[in-house]
Every structure is written in C-alpha cells, then in structure tokens.
Design a protein around this ligand. Structure first.
Ligand SMILES: Cc1cc2nc3c(=O)[nH]c(=O)nc-3n(C[C@H](O)[C@H](O)[C@H](O)COP(=O)(O)O)c2cc1C
Length: 503
C-alpha cells in the first residue's frame, strides 16, 4: 500500500463510521509511557526559570537566530523537555490517574516518546537517552557520542551535523491504534507536531537554534534507538544548538535488546500502518540527499470574494512557558464573537514558517482554509488564507455553524467555535516532488503550525482544540478552490465555556 492508498483507506466518512464502529477494549488500554525497567533514571532538574522573550515573536520565530545560541547543558535540556513533552498536571480518579502533558495529543494517549542523541554536555555524559515524562528523568540507552550516526542518516544535513544535541521523536503505533486503529499513523505526525511546536517555541525563547529534519535513513535511526521496528518508528528529528565540533566517529551500533514494559497485555496489529511507514521510508543517505528541499513556490490562487487584511499580531508580554502552563484543550465553547486582532494574531503567528528540511517561507506544503462564525470585522463565511499577503480571501459568505459541526465528525466544538481552521495539502504535488516521504512532511507541517496556533490562542486569552474530521466532506465544502486537496489538520478557536463549580 502506498501513502496515498493509506490516506484513502483511513478517511473518515459517515459511511465508514457506520460500516465499522469501533468499540474500545478497556482491558488492553495501553499505558501512556514507555518504561525501561532495567535502566537507572538520571533525574532532571526542575528549577528552571522562564526566558525573558515574549511569547508571540517566539512562536512566529522561523528559527534563523544568528549565532550558536546558549550552551546546552542538562538544565537547558530539562526545560526544553518539560515544556514540550513533560507532565504538567496530574489528576487522580477512582479508576486511576490522568497525566496532562505540555502538548495536546489525540485521545490523551501520548504515544510519542522523545529521545536525545548528545555530545558531552555540562552535567550530561555523551550518549543516547530516552526521556521519561512519568518521573522526569533520562535513561541512557547507549554511552558515547553517537551523533555521527544521525548526521550520516540525514545525509549530513547541516543543522544536524553541527548540533550538540538531536532530539528524535518516535511513536509506538499500538499506543494510539488502540483507539484510532489504522488512522494512528496520521496521529504519529499530529502528536509529534504539537510537541515540536512547543519545542521550537521554547528553543526560540532561549535564542537556541532549532531545525526540524524529516529526511533520514529510517533503519539507521531506529536501530540507534533500539526500537522494535515492527511496532515503533522515529517520525522526526529536531537539531538543537549549533556550532558543535564535528561528531567523532560513533561507536558501533550493536543491538541492545533492552527490556521494556509492554504497553498492554495484548496488542492488535494494523498492517496498513506498517505498510504506510515502509512506503514512506528512505533506505540510503543518497535518497535522503535527493529528498531534501522544498516544493517549487506556488502562486496564491485568489478567489473572487472580499479580502480581509489581517492586522499585525498583538503584543503579549507573557513568556511562552506561562502560556504552555495555561494550555489545555477547550471542552466547550460559548458562541461569543472574538476580536479580529485575536484571530489575525493566531493565523499569522502560526503560519509564518517552520525551520525544516522540507519547507520554507513561500513554499509551504499546506494551504489554510477558515470557517468564520463570529469574529468582529469579518463577515461569517469561508475563507482561504494568503500566507504571504497576510489576508483572508472569501470563498463563500454565509453562516456555516451546522456544516462545521458536521465536518468535525459531528461534534459541538467546531459548530460553537468562533472560527475553525483547516490545513489542506495537494498530496499529488507533494508526492510528485518528495516521493512517498512527502506525506509525512505534509502531515508534520500542518501539525507543527496547528501546535503553534494552540499556543497563540492561549497567549491571546482564548481557547482552542484540535479535532478530527470527515475528510472528503471538508474538501468538497471548500471546493472548487480546494479541489484535489486532502485535509491534514483541523483546529477550532473560541471563548471557552466556564465550567460551573461542582457544589
Ligand atoms: C490532532 C488532535 C485531534 C484531536 N481531536 C479531538 C476531537 O476530535 N475531539 C475532542 O474533543 N478533542 C480532540 N483533541 C483534544 C485531545 O483530546 C486533547 O489534546 C487531550 O485529551 C489532551 O488534553 P489537553 O490538550 O487538554 O492537554 C484532539 C487533539 C489533537 C492534538
């Protein structure tokens, strides 16, 4: 099965949901952490302070900070990990405990783990480490500087080759497929993307260069992390810092066979996930080098409707860390109108561009479509964003709350929101330029921008939530402009309903 076949086969429609309702087997709900019972925890410090930079420029940062940034050490890494993949809150229920993380995740299943491949750093020996959010500790999988393995796997991608630390994000398919079945492969990129959005923002707040790298020889990286290659996969790398001396030749990557606690007593295999992953894998550094680059810039196709110029982003003094601590998916919206400044800020800050090996400002893999329900100064209707021009162009005027609710899988959230944002990608063009690996890049770009938009919303004092959707119905809804494009991500924004206090 190729990636387009996978995408087609995992589309939601009214018919697909009626045909195959999925009942959750609570007996085998996977645990939300990867546990290595035989490795000693290396505790991380938690006494970090916020960087002084204000949140919105931090989110909009495209990662081209001059210089090498601050020295990375154990404390800086702790801060990056806490605010991207850490457990920020715990809630105890009669049935157990829920751990709320820094970044949103489909179904709160937290199937994406963060690993670090490090040079020798102050307070940390060189090695390959797993980050355990449950006890805020690292565990060392391999001793010694293995960055050369990652650099070679990325065909000497310059940011990776000069980085003192590379973060690798890897999913365990079953930990999400338990609920979402084969669609979990999409979620690997969605849920890695929200973590990466936080990571980029926290790095930018501390003037630390960071770059997302999606092109690498899969087997080499997965072997380095000792992943079970039938059940787990690295989905993205993020190079952190710059100007490190070239990595020395790495020690041999011998199989470790490290014990891990099974996520549940039994697992269900979804072959479509493995097929999509195999189809989008790169086998040799020469394939990676040919892969790297961007789409040819495409001119924005302006529809005929009215144009709403988006005012410059607002100014908010808070640092990104405070905003991350306040983030949580909104569970219900009230139908209040939002100020134009809030919507304009979210749309612009999130879509400025991502430092990555597959995209650049002016050459995104996704287009942004919006349904406006209640934003002061924008007539209700459907719009497409001109990223470069900072403007919304109207496709259709009208009130579409009912339609938005349907498109978001019949949920109330997108109907009650003030506006909904959809990322769509011309997957045909993406696969033509990038081959099958382009599918991962398109999902990732949308998810990172969506992750930024989550934080931008909380920064301007409103609520947000990611949502799933009826694929082809969304494309039809925004057509003819969106004809031929596929939906990558959906976010809803609005004023959160205040929960009544329980007496
Ligand atoms: C890609 C994505 C899709 C989501 N889809 C839905 C959804 O369809 N309905 C919903 O109520 N919440 C959805 N959520 C919100 C998650 O349930 C939420 O992130 C998770 O429970 C963790 O809670 P938190 O975001 O408050 O930390 C989605 C989140 C993401 C990142």
């Amino acid at each position: 099965m190729d990636v387009l076949g996978y995408h087609e086969a995992t589309k939601h429609s009214v018919a697909s949901i009626q045909r195959a309702p999925h009942h959750l087997d609570w007996e085998i709900m996977p645990r939300p952490f990867k546990l290595y019972p035989d490795l000693a925890p290396i505790p991380l410090p938690q006494d970090f302070t916020s960087a002084p930079r204000a949140v919105l420029p931090t989110l909009a940062d495209t990662g081209d900070a001059a210089g090498d940034g601050p020295h990375l050490d154990r404390r800086t890494l702790a801060r990056l990990l806490y605010f991207s993949a850490g457990v920020l809150r715990r809630k105890t229920y009669p049935g157990g405990e829920i751990y709320f993380r820094a970044a949103a995740c489909t179904g709160a299943l937290y199937h994406v783990d963060v690993y670090l491949v490090c040079a020798a750093l102050p307070g940390l020996d060189p090695g390959v480490y797993h980050f355990g959010p449950h006890d805020f500790a690292l565990r060392r999988l391999r001793a010694g500087d293995h960055r050369a393995v990652v650099a070679a796997a990325t065909a000497m991608e310059p940011a990776v080759a000069g980085a003192p630390v590379v973060a690798l994000l890897a999913t365990t398919f079953w930990r999400n497929a338990w609920k979402y079945q084969a669609r979990a492969y999409r979620h690997a990129f969605w849920d890695a993307g929200t973590i990466i959005a936080n990571l980029l923002a926290v790095a930018a707040a501390g003037a630390l260069p960071a770059r997302v790298v999606a092109g690498f020889v899969d087997d080499d990286v997965n072997r380095l992390l000792d992943l079970d290659r039938e059940r787990e996969a690295t989905v993205a790398a993020v190079a952190l810092g710059r100007g490190a001396p070239s990595p020395p030749p790495a020690p041999a990557v011998v199989p470790l066979g490290l014990a891990t606690v099974p996520p549940s007593d039994r697992e269900v295999d979804y072959p479509a996930i493995r097929a999509a992953h195999a189809a989008s894998s790169l086998a040799a550094a020469s394939d990676v080098a040919a892969w790297r680059g961007t789409l040819a810039p495409r001119p924005f196709v302006a529809p005929e409707g009215d144009v709403v110029l988006l005012e410059p982003p607002m100014t908010v003094a808070e640092p990104v860390e405070t905003v991350i601590l306040s983030r949580g998916s909104t569970r219900a919206f009230v139908r209040d109108a939002l100020p134009l400044a809030a919507a304009a800020t979210i749309l612009q800050v999130a879509t400025r561009g991502i430092p990555a090996d597959f995209t650049a400002p002016g050459a995104p893999l996704t287009d942004v479509y919006v349904i406006v329900h209640a934003v002061d100064g924008i007539d209700p209707g459907t719009y497409v964003l001109d990223r470069g021009g900072g403007a919304l162009h109207r496709l259709r005027a009208g009130t579409f709350r009912r339609e938005a609710g349907f498109l978001g899988l019949g949920q109330a959230l997108p109907a009650d929101a003030a506006f909904d944002v959809f990322w769509l990608s011309d997957l045909g063009a993406v696969v033509e330029r990038f081959g099958e690996r382009g599918y991962r890049a398109a999902q990732l770009e949308a998810a990172i921008e969506a992750g930024k938009s989550y934080l931008a919303a909380y920064a301007v004092g409103i609520g947000a939530t990611g949502l799933t959707f009826f694929d082809d119905d969304v494309t039809r809804f925004f057509s003819p402009h969106a004809a031929g494009k596929s939906v990558m991500f959906l976010m809803a924004f609005g004023r959160p309903e205040r929960r009544r206090r329980q007496s």
